[in-house]
Write a protein that binds this ligand. Structure first.
Ligand SMILES: Nc1ncnc2c1ncn2[C@@H]1O[C@H](COP(=O)(O)OP(=O)(O)OP(=O)(O)O)[C@@H](O)[C@H]1O
Ligand SMILES: [Mg+2]
Length: 254
């Protein structure tokens, strides 16, 4: 199962990367031919060591970095040369790993900016939907995002990205730096957002917990695919556990 083998069913893919090569400095490739597939309604998690290229992959999918080789296909259409604002309008939203809110703006203002990403967003309905989904934010809508806790800020960032009603949400380490109770709260929200019909592509350091509720996962290392498979199969694969999940079986963690 776990060796990269491609998914074979490209026609049905919502989002797909094919042989993606990208980097920051000329002639240094950080992604060295990455293939991932995301189907409608899935939660797919990318795990791998620090520096593996996980954030770079998400940034390249979102058009913040130009693909040097390979393609990013959204429902079969090549979006690899498009700019982020165009990609947003096609139904992708991105929550960066760092600096993902405007700290001096209120919760409400952060959400307002989110609505601008896609023409035709019915902002008033979306605000209500977001405050329903994140009741904690409803109570704090006039508070500046910079004064909120890490977990609350992450919720602001997710709500902002969901304002344009995307088909696909790209999340880079939503649980980073959060206390365990908040990690759970964020993962519950991710699952809830998914159940509401948003397909999720997520990077997570909290690999066991994230793979545990993911449809499928990919292990990326040194800019290449190493393993892939259903979340639970990756967790049960002794090689993946030993190399990438700190050893042991997942039962130890529960
Ligand atoms: N803006 C940048 N300019 C130059 N090199 C960069 C830049 N951002 C990242 N890199 C390099 O690209 C490599 C991959 O970084 P990336 O952020 O994609 O890793 P990651 O898998 O997300 O790691 P982490 O788990 O630490 O978030 C690293 O060697 C990093 O130093
Ligand atoms: Mg990263």
């Amino acid at each position: 199962m776990s060796q990269p083998a491609g998914n074979g069913d490209g026609a049905a893919a919502l989002l797909r990367t094919e042989g993606l090569v990208a980097g920051y400095v000329p002639e240094v490739n950080i992604l060295d031919g990455v293939d991932i597939v995301l189907h409608d309604a899935e939660i797919v998690t990318i795990v791998g060591p620090n520096g593996a290229g996980k954030s770079t992959l998400i940034k390249t999918v979102f058009g913040l970095l130009r693909a040097r080789e390979g393609r990013v296909l959204l429902r079969g259409e090549d979006i690899s040369q498009r700019k982020p604002h165009t990609i947003s309008r096609s139904g992708l939203s991105y929550v960066p790993q760092l600096d993902n809110v405007f700290p001096s703006l209120t919760v409400q203002e952060n959400l307002e900016l989110g609505a601008l990403a896609r023409r035709g967003t019915k902002a008033s309905e979306r605000f209500e939907r977001m405050y329903e989904l994140f009741p904690r934010l409803a109570e704090r809508r006039r508070q500046s995002a910079g004064t909120m806790s890490g977990g609350e800020r992450q919720m602001v960032a997710m709500a902002r990205a969901l304002m344009p009603d995307p088909e696909v949400l790209l999340l880079d380490e939503p649980s980073a730096g959060l206390a365990p109770a908040f990690v759970e709260a964020i993962f519950e929200k991710v699952a809830e957002v998914n159940q509401a019909g948003v397909t999720i592509l997520m990077v997570e350091q909290n690999a066991r917990r994230a793979l545990g509720f993911s449809t499928r996962g990919y292990v990326l290392d040194l800019g290449r695919n190493r393993f892939e498979g259903p979340g639970h199969e990756l967790l049960d694969d002794p090689k993946v556990a030993e190399l990438y999940l700190g050893g042991g079986s997942r039962i130890d963690e529960q």
